[in-house]
Design a protein. Structure first.
Length: 292
């Protein structure tokens, strides 16, 4: 296993579909002076109105035993453009632009993809529909949503609908990288998101990819039952395995539990590298000891 010392390089990747929208990300390299042609790389994808360094993403990137790249999707943090709730296809295009650039410029081979929430949904579509995606070794599905229509039943839905009726849109005020941000959500955005097809995993998710599903049992944004649906879908494949890790008392963003998430991913990946993965339910030993 590589040591944990990495060199960080900020990249601005030209976007063919959006000339004024370079995708900003951080490339972490263990041996920056060594050739990268054919070297394996991990991609780390953030969720809705997140950014490349929030939650567990940066911590994970600094501890992974392989090079990694994490970036801001269009309209998020340092990447220009307009973010829209319903523009998940834009996220998919952004991901494909990033992969093409890293492959053509550096010769990297994508081997691991870690996605949180919306980032996991984008990753699943990319894995199922591209040659590069079908050939990765591992995928981490953190807080992923399967039943997309449940978004319309979320705690914020009543406020959205009331604002739609009054103003035709909803002003969503959030904090991104310690800065206040306001974005508009329109009714058609929710309708498009609710119709995003996740059933693709049953027939088109590659059988060779090992999957780790992480989900907090106190997640009030995406029901934990969605993780069980993913487990059912991913567990029926061979030779690929599926490991389900439900984290007690953890919320959607794993508040106060992010080191535990990083440890779970690193332990799972190390077991994969040793050829020890089996389809199963995992509980981190450190977390288990703390609760017994």
């Amino acid at each position: 296993m590589s040591n944990n010392t990495t060199t960080s390089t900020k990249l601005r990747i030209p976007h063919p579909a959006e000339p004024d929208c370079a995708i900003v990300g951080i490339l972490e390299q263990h041996s920056p002076s060594s050739p990268t042609q054919g070297r394996k790389l991990a991609l780390i994808l953030h969720g809705t109105m997140g950014h490349k360094d929030y939650l567990f993403q940066k911590r994970l990137a600094l501890k992974l035993p392989l090079d990694s790249f994490r970036f801001d999707f269009r309209g998020n943090h340092e990447t220009a453009g307009t973010w829209r709730q319903g523009a998940m296809m834009d996220d998919l295009v952004d991901l494909m632009v990033v992969v093409d650039y890293l492959k053509s410029t550096y010769g990297y081979v994508i081997d691991l993809v870690v996605g949180h929430s919306r980032g996991a949904m984008t990753a699943i579509r990319w894995i199922c529909t591209t040659d590069e995606g079908r050939n990765i070794s591992g995928f981490v599905n953190a807080s992923g949503r399967y039943r997309m229509h449940k978004l319309l039943e979320s705690p914020a839905a009543d406020a959205w609908k009331a604002s739609f009726k009054e103003r035709g849109y909803y002003d969503w005020k959030v904090t991104v990288a310690r800065k206040p941000v306001t974005v508009k959500i329109f009714p058609e955005d929710l309708e498009t998101t609710a119709k995003w097809d996740t059933s693709i995993i049953w027939d088109r998710f590659p059988p060779n990819v090992d999957v780790l599903t992480l989900h907090g049992l106190a997640d009030g944004t995406v029901p934990p039952y969605d993780a069980m649906i993913f487990a059912r879908a991913f567990s029926g494949r061979t030779p690929g395995t599926h490991v389900l890790n439900m984290i007690e008392d953890a919320d959607h963003n794993y508040t106060g539990r992010q080191n535990e998430v990083v440890s779970a991913i690193l332990d799972w990946w190390a077991a994969r590298e040793r050829g020890e993965l089996k389809t199963s339910v995992w509980v981190e030993q450190e977390a288990l000891r703390a609760r017994l």
